[in-house]
Design a protein around this ligand. Sequence first.
Ligand code: BTN
Length: 218
Amino acid sequence: MEIISFEELDSTNDYLKSKYSEYNDFTVIRAIKQINGRGRFDRVWESKNDLTFSILFTRSLPHHFIAPLSISLSLNYFGIDSSIKWPNDVLVNNEKISGVLIEKIFENKNSIDIVGIGINIEKRDNYTYLDKYKKISINSLLDQILKTYEFLSNIDLIDLKRYYLNLSTITGKNIIYNNISYIVLDINDLGELVIRNNNDTRTLNANEINYNTMKITG
Ligand code: BTN
């Protein structure tokens, strides 16, 4: 693993998207200041003294489980109780503290994954931030997340899923999707929701559905 830190980048994901061929598996690109950070669904990830980095992977791994788990388990390691909101937000006190943007590049037969992680450290308007709960050295947090990521990269999918379901609260909840109420039965190996309404069981991909517009009850 190699960590390369830049004072300023537009977006650590975009940097790796254009430069991935120059780097090896598990290269970490960190920006002390990210000025054009991106979130899921083309949202903006605003930065102000947060922890922003992206990891390059040249092998295929279930990042949809590993990424949020590494963050959540690391926060728990430092004594901050956190949980996962499907698909990969990390919450403290039910408020989002961290987001993950997983992007894939297909090149011949190789799949390249770029996993971008942002963690709010310091106060910004309308955002939850880590400093409110505990002062943790940003470098120690980054180290812990990367160590956990490495550990989780080597364990079985079935265990990853078990850890994930332990920290996520979505199974058993009711969701309203396209005006129809479904119960969430499970999360499959691809990280999709398995939902059911009477005899209609279907899966929902994280890209197909915007969690913010999906009502969850009960
Ligand atoms: C989300 O919650 O929608 C995902 C946010 C992901 C933000 C991180 S910050 C580091 C990396 N670079 C980006 O441009 N985005 C990700």
